[in-house]
Ligand binder design. Structure first.
Ligand code: NAD
Ligand code: 0WE
Length: 276
C-alpha cells in the first residue's frame, strides 16, 4: 500500500459520481487516512456516506465562500492531526481541492452577453481564490510532513468551449495560482499541482444542456477515442499526492484521453469529407 500512514483532507464530494469521491476511494485503497469536508448541511448526508465507505476519521464543514468556515475547519484538522501522537509525526500529507461553481445563468449562452460582474466574482471566488485560501489555512500542517496540494481544472481555461464561459476565466486563474503557490510554498517542501480532466458526467455537469454532445465530440477528437472515468482521475491524483511525484510541482497534468493535444482529428476529417 502506497499511502499507509499518510493523511489527506478531501473537499468536493457531492455524490458517488464526484471526481473527489474517486480520489478519496483511491487514497483509501492505498491505506491513507482521510478527513472529508462538506459545504453546508444539505450536503452533509452525502459526505457522511463517503466517510462510511472510506472509513474517514472525521467529516467537517468547510464552505470556501468564507474564511471563517475554512479556518474553523482547519482548526479542527489541527486538533486531530496537529500534534505527534503514538509515534506518528504531526501534520498532513495533502489537501484535495475539487470545487468549482458559477451561477447557472453564466454557463448558458454567448459569453459577452451572459457574463456579469457578479457572476464573474462568484466564479472566481469559489473556483479559484478558494484554492489559495485552502493553501493558506493548511500551510503549517503541510509543512510538518512536506505535503502537497492538488486541484482540478479543465481545458476551457486554455481554449474556448461553448458555454464554459466565465468558468474558463476562473480556471485560467486557478492554474496560475498553482504556479504561484508552488513557488511560494516550495521552500517548505510543499508541492502544488493540478489535474486537467476531460469531461465527466458529475453533478456539476448534469446542469449543462449540451453535455452529452460535449462527451460525443470529445470521443471523436481524443487520441484514445473515448472519454475518461472518475477512477482514471483518482489514480492520477493518487500519483501526484504520493512520494512517487516528489519532484513534480507547479504542474498541470492532463487526464483527458489526449484531447488537448489534437486540433483536428482524423475522425472529424473523415466525417466532414463524407458530408461533401
Ligand atoms: P461535483 O458537483 O461532484 O463537485 C463539485 C463540488 O464543489 C461539490 O462537491 C460541491 O459541494 C463543491 N462546492 C461548491 N461550492 C462550494 C463551496 N462554497 N464550498 C465548498 N464546496 C463547494 O462535480 P465534479 O465534476 O466532481 O467537480 C469537481 C472539480 O472537478 C471541479 O473543480 C470541476 O471544475 C472539476 N472538473 C470537472 C470536470 C467534469 O467534466 N466533471 C472536468 C474537469 C474538471
Ligand atoms: O468545471 C466544470 C463544472 C463547472 C460548473 C458547473 C455548474 C453547473 C451547475 C460550475 N458551476 C455550475 N453551476 C451550476 O449551477 N466542468 C469542467 C464540467 C463542465 O461544465 C461545463 C462544461 C463542462 C465540461 C459547462 C459548459 C460547457 C462544458
Amino acid at each position: 500500500m502506497l499511502l499507509q500512514g499518510k493523511r489527506f483532507v478531501v473537499t468536493g464530494i457531492a455524490s458517488k459520481l464526484s471526481i473527489a469521491w474517486s480520489i478519496a476511494e483511491a487514497l483509501h485503497r492505498e491505506g491513507a487516512s482521510l478527513i472529508l469536508t462538506y459545504p453546508n448541511d444539505k450536503m452533509k448526508k452525502r459526505v457522511d456516506m463517503a466517510a462510511a465507505a472510506f472509513n474517514a476519521d472525521l467529516v467537517l464543514e468547510c464552505d470556501v465562500a468564507t474564511d471563517e468556515s475554512i479556518n474553523d475547519c482547519f482548526d479542527k484538522v489541527r486538533e486531530h492531526w496537529g500534534n505527534e501522537k503514538n509515534g506518528e509525526a504531526a501534520g498532513i500529507d495533502g489537501v484535495v481541492h475539487a470545487i468549482g461553481f458559477a451561477p447557472a445563468d453564466q454557463l448558458d449562452g454567448n459569453f459577452a452577453e451572459v457574463t456579469t460582474r457578479e457572476g464573474s466574482q462568484i466564479a472566481h471566488d469559489i473556483s479559484a481564490y478558494s484554492f489559495v485560501a485552502l493553501a493558506k489555512a493548511s500551510r503549517d500542517l503541510l509543512t510538518q510532513r512536506q505535503g502537497s496540494l492538488l486541484t482540478l481544472t479543465y481545458e476551457g481555461s486554455i481554449s474556448v468551449l461553448p458555454n464554459y464561459n466565465v468558468m474558463g476565466m476562473a480556471k485560467a486563474s486557478l492554474e496560475a495560482s498553482v504556479r504561484y503557490l508552488a513557488a511560494s510554498m516550495g521552500g517548505e517542501g510543499i508541492r502544488v499541482n493540478a489535474i486537467s480532466a476531460g469531461p465527466i458526467r458529475t453533478l456539476a455537469a448534469s446542469g449543462i444542456k449540451s453535455f452529452r454532445k460535449m462527451l460525443d465530440i470529445n470521443e471523436k477528437i481524443a487520441p484514445l477515442q473515448r472519454n475518461v472515468s472518475q477512477m482514471e482521475v483518482g489514480n492520477a491524483a493518487l500519483f501526484l499526492l504520493s512520494p512517487w511525484a516528489s519532484g513534480i510541482t507547479g504542474e498541470i497534468l492532463f487526464v483527458d484521453a489526449g484531447f488537448n493535444t489534437v486540433a483536428i482529428s482524423e475522425q472529424l476529417m473523415q466525417m466532414e469529407m463524407s458530408e461533401s
